[in-house]
Design a protein around this ligand. Structure first.
Ligand SMILES: N[C@@H](CCC(=O)N[C@@H](CS)C(=O)NCC(=O)O)C(=O)O
Length: 248
C-alpha cells in the first residue's frame, strides 16, 4: 500500500490537526508542501490542486492507491477514523459520535476565529482592519467561554473523558495562542481550558507537529521577519519528516 499524501504546510491549523492524528495513529504519510492561496504549481489555487479539493484550501488528502481525494480537515479526520476503525477518537456509538460532531460543527465561526487574531500579526501586509480583528477576538472568546464553562468543566476532553478528533481540531486553533508559541492571548480567566491545554501537550505527536510554532515564537510585540517565518516552516517540515521516518 502506497503511503497517503497530505497536501499543506505545518503553519496551517487544520493541517496540523490532521498530521497530529496520523502521527498519533502511526499511519505513514507523505506531506506534500502546498502554498495556501497560491496559483503557482505547488499552490492550493492551481488547477491541478482544485481538481483534488474544489475549495482550493489546505489540507487535502490523496490516496495514491485508489485516486481518492478529500478536502476539509474535519472531513479528512472523520474519513480516516472510520476507514481505519479508530473508534477511540471518532466513536462508533452514535450518541458519543454526536458529541464529537457537535464540536466539529461548532468549531467554525467560533474557535476557528483564533486564526483571525494570528494572521494580522504575521501578515502585516494584508492590512486587516482593526474592526475585523476585534470581531475575531470576540467570537473566539465567546467560544472559549462555552468550552471552559460548559464542556471542560465536566469532562477531561471536549467530547468526554477520552481524546477525540474534536480535541485535535480545537488545539489547532486554541493551542497556537499559548505563551510558548505566539503568546497573543491570556488564558488566565479560562482555568479549565488551561488544564486541557496542559493535558494536550502530553498527547503523542504533539511536539513534532508544533515545532513550526515553537520556532516562530512570541509574536505579541512585533511581526516576525520573513526569514524567521521561512526558517520556522523549514524546521517544521524537517521535524515532521523525521517523525514520519521514525514510524515507518
Ligand atoms: N474549512 C477548511 C479551512 C481550510 C483553510 O482555510 N486553510 C487555509 C490555510 S490555514 C487555506 O488554505 N487558505 C487559502 C485560501 O483560503 O485561499 C478546513 O478546515 O480544512
Amino acid at each position: 500500500m502506497t503511503a497517503l499524501k497530505i497536501y499543506g504546510v505545518p503553519f496551517s491549523q487544520p493541517v496540523r490537526s490532521v498530521l497530529w492524528l496520523l502521527l498519533l495513529k502511526q499511519l505513514p504519510f507523505e506531506l506534500v508542501p502546498t502554498n495556501p492561496g497560491s496559483k503557482g504549481e505547488n499552490g492550493s489555487k492551481h488547477l491541478s490542486y482544485l481538481a483534488k479539493n474544489p475549495s482550493g484550501t489546505i489540507p487535502c488528502l490523496e490516496e495514491p492507491d485508489t485516486g481518492y481525494t478529500l478536502g476539509e480537515g474535519h472531513a479528512i479526520m472523520a474519513y480516516l477514523s472510520q476507514k481505519h476503525g479508530w473508534d477511540d477518537v471518532y466513536p462508533a456509538d452514535l450518541q458519543a459520535r454526536g458529541k464529537v460532531d457537535w464540536y466539529l460543527n461548532f468549531h467554525h465561526r467560533n474557535m476557528r476565529d483564533a486564526s483571525g487574531m494570528v494572521a494580522p500579526k504575521i501578515r502585516k501586509d494584508l492590512n486587516i482592519p482593526e474592526m475585523v480583528q476585534e470581531i475575531a477576538k470576540r467570537t473566539f472568546t465567546n467560544g472559549l467561554n462555552t468550552l471552559n464553562d460548559r464542556r471542560l468543566n465536566e469532562s477531561r476532553y471536549i467530547a468526554g473523558d477520552t481524546l477525540t478528533i474534536a480535541d485535535l481540531s480545537a488545539y489547532g486553533e486554541i493551542g497556537q495562542l499559548q505563551p510558548e508559541f505566539t503568546n497573543i492571548f491570556d488564558f488566565g480567566p479560562f482555568p479549565n481550558v488551561q488544564r486541557w491545554l496542559n493535558d494536550m501537550h502530553q498527547v503523542p505527536g504533539h511536539d513534532p507537529v508544533h515545532v513550526v510554532l515553537a520556532e516562530l515564537g512570541d509574536i505579541s510585540q512585533e511581526a516576525p521577519s520573513m526569514d524567521k517565518i521561512k526558517s520556522a516552516n523549514i524546521n517544521g517540515f524537517v521535524a515532521l519528516n523525521k517523525a514520519i521516518d521514525e514510524m515507518s
